[in-house]
Design a protein around this ligand. Structure first.
Ligand code: ASP
Length: 324
């Protein structure tokens, strides 16, 4: 299989972040907050997260604050409020959260009418002995914890959905065509002690079949972390990430000694392998290890698919390596 990798980096290259293991805490690149969005979103998402870290010194709160920004933004068509709906015009949200200490997890899937899905996932993690709630159970759980029931379909998303319906052809493949906008956000954080946290949140593939659940709420697929190693998250075609246990694979590869960058590329190569080298979709992985070393790789050379991080108060972005 041919493989062509390249990295276009922003202010700092991935290589420049490589640091010696066992270095002292002050020499490591932590605390660090990483997200799967580039320039356009980085400051908007990461700055409030970083401010939360500075104010509260709680990295789970920081990761959640960053993810909530996108979840509440009506202009983002792929996450939370304003996200594109399923084929029946209903917005269904998926989200997961992991906390390194004690290896805790929580998730919600197919959640309707509730904003801030990742915060509901966090409540599942902190207030129950379950890991995942779906559909109406997740909605009722959120209501019981004081969340408001709200319509998540904005006029803009409704118009996009109507245009999609008007252009439907009986020969179309039942599912979200690749041309339809999709997206997700992964936010990963390592605190000053080296404890690792992560969130993945999305409205899933646009115009999906009602009830379709992607990789984002599935621990090991759209999100995984190991507090001794680091964290990884995935965006893109969730079905492919689920069938390769994508984020778990990336973290396990870091455990075996690969850098976050190498591990993300390994995750992409596994997806290529199971597809006989032919893909007409994108998947992107981001990863960070306990020392604050960051990596990212994707299958297609997508514009605007940088990821960013904030460290020592400075914002940087990297362009994911393209693995072919
Ligand atoms: N991974 C998400 C899903 O499959 C969608 C995306 O990231 O574009 O639901």
């Amino acid at each position: 299989m041919k493989r062509r990798n390249f990295i276009r980096s922003g202010a700092l290259s991935v290589a420049a972040l490589t640091i010696a293991p066992h270095s002292q805490a002050r020499e490591r690149n932590i605390p660090i907050l990483v997200c799967s969005r580039g320039e356009e979103w980085a400051a908007k998402v990461l700055q409030p997260g970083w401010q939360t870290w500075l104010n509260k010194k709680n990295m789970l709160d920081a990761v959640e604050a960053a993810a909530n920004v996108v979840e509440l933004d009506p202009e983002d068509a792929s996450v939370g409020y304003g996200g594109l709906p399923n084929e029946e015009g209903v917005v269904e949200l998926d989200a997961s959260v992991m906390a390194g200490p004690l290896h805790r997890c929580g998730a919600v899937a197919g959640l309707r009418n509730i904003k801030r899905a990742c915060s509901v996932a966090r409540l599942v993690m902190e207030r129950t002995n379950h890991i995942m709630l779906v559909g109406d159970g997740a909605r009722r759980f959120a209501l019981a914890h004081g969340f408001k029931e709200e319509d998540l379909l904005t006029d803009k998303a409704r118009e996009t959905w109507l245009r999609w319906k008007e252009n439907l052809n009986k020969d179309d493949f039942w599912g979200a065509p690749e041309a339809q906008p999709t997206g997700t956000i992964n936010v990963l954080g390592v605190d000053d002690r080296g404890d690792v946290y992560g969130i993945t949140t999305t409205s899933g593939l646009a115009f999906k079949i009602p009830g379709r659940i992607g990789d984002s709420p599935i621990i090991g697929a759209g999100l995984y972390l190991d507090n001794d190693i680091g964290a990884a998250g995935a965006t893109g075609r969730g079905e492919e990430v689920i069938r390769t246990c994508g984020s778990y694979l990336v973290v396990e590869k870091m455990k075996q000694g690969l850098s976050p960058q190498q591990a993300c590329e390994f995750g992409c190569r596994r997806i290529l392998e199971v597809n006989d080298g032919k893909v007409n979709f994108n998947v992107k992985f981001i990863a960070v290890n306990k020392n604050g070393e960051v990596g990212s790789a994707q299958l297609q050379d997508r514009k605007k698919s940088e990821c960013s991080f904030i460290m020592h108060g400075g914002l940087r972005s990297i362009f994911p390596a393209v693995v072919k």
